[in-house]
Design a protein around this ligand. Structure first.
Ligand SMILES: Cc1cc2nc3c(=O)[nH]c(=O)nc-3n(C[C@H](O)[C@H](O)[C@H](O)COP(=O)(O)OP(=O)(O)OC[C@H]3O[C@@H](n4cnc5c(N)ncnc54)[C@H](O)[C@@H]3O)c2cc1C
Length: 231
């Protein structure tokens, strides 16, 4: 099966969903492929913090959804290993409901006219005469192989970089280097005792807990916290 589009976008994370929204709104015929099934879209291990300048830029094109922007932030607290020294850096932003953010951006793309193919894994660029003319994909549920043809292909599959890394010999095919990879774990937790200064995201530097990285508390409110660790 082969379908023709102006643009095929592989990966419906923040980058893919937003570019699909902008292109569809501008009148282009867009296919947005996402490996996750529909109910998983928006799931992402992330600190969920977003600087105000990004929100302002986004607001030029989209009306921010109040359900997404949960806690207005005034800055960052950097906390020393013994937790006695706290360096406060001012800077506005928001802590998001990341799941709602991901769903919202994809919904906006679809409402603008993009066609979402959820549960579709892009496997390789479709090449003809040395040019990329589309994307090969597999529908996960049925195992059906498909081709999506387009004038433009966007690889927005994040660190997977599933299309560009297959363009061997092209200047964009460089793989992710091991030293650029980190490991992260995150939970969204309720605490009975509200935390102090919930308008500041907190970064804890501690080589025992998070060697080579840090652990964080990004408050969605004084009692709903995004707590994570990246090493
Ligand atoms: C632990 C951690 C904390 C972070 N904290 C913050 C923060 O607080 N603030 C901030 O701004 N940034 C933060 N980031 C960075 C932020 O998460 C990324 O910059 C952002 O998610 C990148 O978006 P993206 O759309 O490029 O990629 P992704 O979000 O990775 O989206 C890629 C999408 O492509 C899909 N996909 C992958 N392979 C395929 C395939 N073969 N076919 C189809 N679909 C595919 C994936 O399922 C996914 O939906 C954090 C990152 C990590 C890991």
């Amino acid at each position: 099966m082969s379908e023709r589009f102006d643009v095929v976008v592989a990966g419906a994370g923040t980058a893919g969903a937003y570019v699909s929204y902008l292109l569809a709104k501008a009148g282009f015929k867009v296919a947005l492929l996402e490996s996750k099934s529909g109910n998983e879209i928006g799931v992402k291990t992330c600190g969920d913090g977003l600087g105000l300048h990004h929100v302002e830029r986004l607001s030029r094109h989209l009306t921010p959804n109040p359900k997404v922007f949960q806690n207005k932030i005034e800055g960052v607290e950097l906390i020393s290993p013994d937790e006695r020294t706290r360096l406060t850096i001012k800077g506005e932003g928001y802590v998001l409901d990341r799941f709602a953010w991901g769903k919202w951006l994809v919904e906006e793309a679809v409402n603008a006219g993009a066609t979402l193919y959820e549960g579709h894994t892009a496997t390789a660029p479709l090449l003809e005469n040395g040019a990329v003319v589309g994307v090969k994909a597999v529908e996960r549920r049925t195992g059906t192989a498909k081709e999506f043809r387009a004038n433009v292909v966007i690889d927005s599959s994040g660190s997977a970089a599933v299309l560009r890394t297959k363009l061997i010999g092209w200047p964009i095919s460089e793989p992710l280097h091991p030293e650029d990879v980190s490991h992260a774990y995150r939970e969204i937790v309720y605490v009975e005792e509200p935390i102090e200064n919930p308008q500041y995201i907190k970064i804890y530097l501690d080589m025992l807990v998070a060697p080579g990285g840090y652990w964080w508390v990004f408050p969605r409110s004084s009692s709903l916290l995004n707590v994570g660790l990246g090493i």
